[in-house]
Design a protein. Structure first.
Length: 151
């Protein structure tokens, strides 16, 4: 390989490294949401019956799946805490599903009848906005029951 080709190759590698580093720094600078979630309905939480959390950048969450969450987490212990990091939105909304039947992977449509909850500081009000600041972690406690089930 000629010295000119080596210099060009090194330049491309340095450019690629800079792009990757910048991307990683951008993700790291996003905000984070630390959620402690408790399912208060019937059934136990565990590996096969997990709680699935979704973080959204809109309060208007259509049931048809046409809007995707900006973050997800799986909780396998009732009262467990997870952190969803790299959130770029300044306001987020939080939902939870309890895998009552067991074995749902989150890669298919939510089974009909699945217990679901929406984070709302007013208990049964509209979805509650959660302010997120880049570089900071917001802590939220979220409890839900099986009173509402997916259609």
């Amino acid at each position: 390989m000629s010295s000119k080709a080596r210099v060009l190759g090194m330049g491309m590698m340095l450019t690629l490294a800079a792009v990757l580093l910048t991307s990683a720094m951008g993700a790291a600078q996003g905000g984070a949401l630390q959620v402690t979630v408790t399912y208060q309905g019937s059934g136990g939480v565990g590996l096969n019956n997990a709680i699935w959390l979704s973080v959204w950048d809109t309060a208007d969450i259509p049931p048809d799946g046409s809007v995707l969450p900006i973050g997800n987490a799986r909780v396998v212990e009732n009262g467990g805490t997870v952190t969803v990091a790299g959130l770029s939105a300044s306001t987020v909304y939080l939902t939870a599903l309890y895998d009552e039947q067991g074995g749902w992977t989150g890669r298919t449509a939510v089974p009909s009848g699945t217990p679901a909850g929406v984070y709302s500081p007013n208990a049964y009000g509209a979805p509650g906005p959660i302010a997120v600041v880049a570089g900071e972690t917001v802590e939220v406690e979220f409890g839900f029951t099986d009173a509402f089930r997916m259609p």
